[in-house]
Design a protein around this ligand. Sequence first.
Ligand code: MG
Length: 299
Amino acid sequence: MNILKVSRVVLTGLFCVALVSVLTGCEQPKPKTGAVDKTVKTPAPKTETQIIEIDTLPPTAAKPAVKPKPLGYQNTPIIPGTKWHVHDGLRPQPKIVTPKPFVSSPPPVGAIVLFDGKNLDKWKNKKWKLQDGAMSPTKGGQSSIDQFGDIQLHIEWASPKVPRGSGQGRGNSGVYLMGRYEVQVLDSYNNKTYPDGQAAAIYGQFPPMVNACRGPGQWQTYDITFIAPKFKGKKLISPAIITVVHNGIVVHDKVKVLGPTAHKRIGKYTDSGPTGPINLQHHGNPVRFRNIWVKPLSK
Ligand code: MG
């Protein structure tokens, strides 16, 4: 064999080795089973990863504080002569005072007894519940059959023994003079509401001077003097005037009513005649009433 032939054989061999290498993709030889492959990194234990994830989480955001519902309204008309809106929750709360001992005033001479606990003869709504010498709403409001103008009125009321609801929803009713001017009835014992809507308020206009409320279930008295509004033709010449004594304490003294009482507004005076009924409100709460008498003031 000459040198040329030897070189050809060597070159052919080298070419074949190169070709095989290319065709097999130059793969790294696989480690034998059980052998440690030092080229592959061992993944970190799962627990370690989890800890890292927890540590890197942002701190739990504090729950936003629940905003208390604001008391009353400030999107209602301004009450004339004051800086307060109708049912303004920012209006100062009447000072709480201790009421005088309970006195159930018997009707004086010349008084008309509207309710003595025995029947509903003097009242239109016979659906009201009559129990234990008291009446309480079931369906619809109550209205006296007789109509009155200027009067002295005595009425006793009690909010439910077990207080339910809050604000205007607790022990709500009302005494309407001439069917139009409400002296509010409400359980205002440990029950905040807008001041012109608390017990003994002239609803939506004048809070009582003080809060003389008794506790739930206890009998309370209103002694009201009411002077009816007077008109000349259609023109108002004298507004309704109200004095209220709540549990023996004067809480309104000859207050000039601004107009018929209403929710979130003040009504406008219109001549509805010289007299009207005494109405008792049904506001969904079983307020009880008893010992109601009226003494007309007209000569
Ligand atoms: Mg009411």
